[in-house]
Design a protein around this ligand. Sequence first.
Ligand code: AMP
Length: 503
Amino acid sequence: MTLFVDRLRETCHDMAFKPALVLSDGPDVGQVSYGTLLSSAMATSEWLSSLGVVQRDRVAVCLPKCLAAIQLHLGACSMGAISLPLNPAYSKPELDYLMRDSEAKILVVESNPGLTNEPESAPAVPAGRLVPIDTLSFSASMLRRDPGVDCGAKIVPSTPALMLYTSGTTGRPKGACMSHGSLTANMDMLRDAWQWNVDDSLLHVLPLFHVHGLLVALHGALHVGATTVLHSRFDAAATVRDLQGGSNTVFMGVPTVYRRILAEIGDARIHLPAVRLLTSGSDRLPVEVFRAIERHLGHTVVERYGMTEAGIMLSNPLDGRRVEGQVGVPLEGVQMRVIDPSTGKPTPRGTVGELQTRGPHLFLGYWRDPSKTRASFTDDGWFRTGDLGQCDENGYYEIKGRQTDLIISGGMNVYPAEVEHVLAGHPGVAQCAVAGLPDPEWGEAVTAFVVPGPKRPEESDLIHHCRASLAPYKAPKRFRFVQNLPRNAMGKVQKKALLATSD
Ligand code: AMP
């Protein structure tokens, strides 16, 4: 296996003048060639060494999406340190917790107040470890600086490369630690599945502190020597403009991104001349959005399934049937199974159970938490994803939601995703989420949180609509009309927050 850092070095030597990054908006405007990217990553490694960073140290980077964030990530990985990108929207208490938990050697933050929502007071990092930089002058100086000699770090497949804190839907966020080997294995799998190639140009609108934007998107492109056109934040109008007019061949979004693009273009049907691949992930793509993308953008989106701890596991095929509402088949090299949580045995095809996975794509474990790591694996090395799903007779998987979101009402299992799918088909429902609320009679009552469309529907209409396609025990017993749904940075509905706001 050629590790991703070595492959990047090869690409940078072989195609030194090829554009690696096109920074088309925001403060960094310009192009960075592969040759320059490599020399600036090496210069950044040297800069990190000068601050005392050594192999396996965590390098926390809490910056807006910009060239400096990429240089620091690549600089840390290539010297054998552990890159730890953090969401710049974190509050001070969140940052304090992450710094304590990760024991990061340094925390790099933006010093230019015009470019960041700087926390009112600095996070709890020991003196000397908080490193404010002006991202613009930092990236320019790393581009100019003599890269010096290769630090010659010994990097093997098991060397940790990256730590990402999971979104923490249950309890405190956990630091998922990924190795050079697992990242490379997943990049190789995706290159083959999606036929990533050197002529691709990726339009990149996702954040860089999450597995989707950082690994699936940015590393996916760097791994094959493709060009990445980076938007510093998602803007629907600019995205449509660059998809329509540009030479971008690949685009990746979360369902919220596609919803906003569709809202931007309204009734129009647009032509995307260069695009060959649109993918969606990180959350369930509602069938009506899948169909609207087909109708208005002229592409059948490739929905895929993954998570921080395991990268991408399942994808609809590039060549072959892309099925709405399903996340496709295992990538080459990924093992998947569906387990009945009550017996621990595989379920028959077409029955819901917990998705488990095994293979070279898996993370190393949770940072300094061997008991959580142990609990997340079976004795024979299968990772428990905590997601419920099923596999049909053609080998295609469908995600039914998080195990923890499962509603047990009157002793019957209700999968929120199934009810949400039906409710979303009602013309008066703009958005919805379904969760269980404590109920003296049912244990948990299926409760629908509905953002109404322009004409608010009657509850009785919604019940009638659900009963037409669902068994009565699955139909919501209560409705709450809300103005919006709480979502995280990836646009995913935060059910805990939703339930907390409900009496
Ligand atoms: P994260 O670790 O933040 O990437 O979140 C991973 C979780 O997102 C998974 O465990 C799933 O619950 C969810 N997820 C990812 N992709 C999909 C998808 N295509 N459909 C439904 N849920 C998804």
